[in-house]
Write a protein that binds this ligand. Structure first.
Ligand SMILES: [Zn+2]
Length: 103
């Protein structure tokens, strides 16, 4: 039995016994758990994205990122982090996606 199933059973018992404040407390706890589960999933998703990017390093003294799979390739850090895809800069160190230039 999951925690949520246990709370559901407890809520039904309290409701049947007319223990309304206790019943409401269980409903509040269920909602809180539901909200925290959603928040937890969002954080897991963010961590998964960061894990994918952890091998991408910023080159010292510059704002662009260097692609570890191709050290000659410079990446747009904004688009790479935002879209979770490696976005290369052109030869002018300009990103054609977000229209930013890098130095
Ligand atoms: Zn960009």
């Amino acid at each position: 039995m999951t925690v949520m199933d246990g709370l559901k059973g407890a809520a039904a018992t309290l409701r049947a016994a007319d223990k309304i404040p206790e019943y409401n407390a269980i409903l509040d706890a269920q909602q809180k758990i539901f909200d925290l589960q959603g928040e937890n999933q969002q954080l897991k998703n963010k961590l998964a994205k960061l894990d994918k990017l952890k091998n991408v390093d910023f080159e010292k003294g510059h704002s662009w990122m260097i692609d570890p799979k191709d050290p000659d390739r410079k990446l747009c850090p904004i688009c790479t982090q935002k879209n979770d895809i490696r976005h290369p800069l052109n030869s002018m160190n300009y990103c054609n996606v977000c229209k930013r230039g890098y130095e």
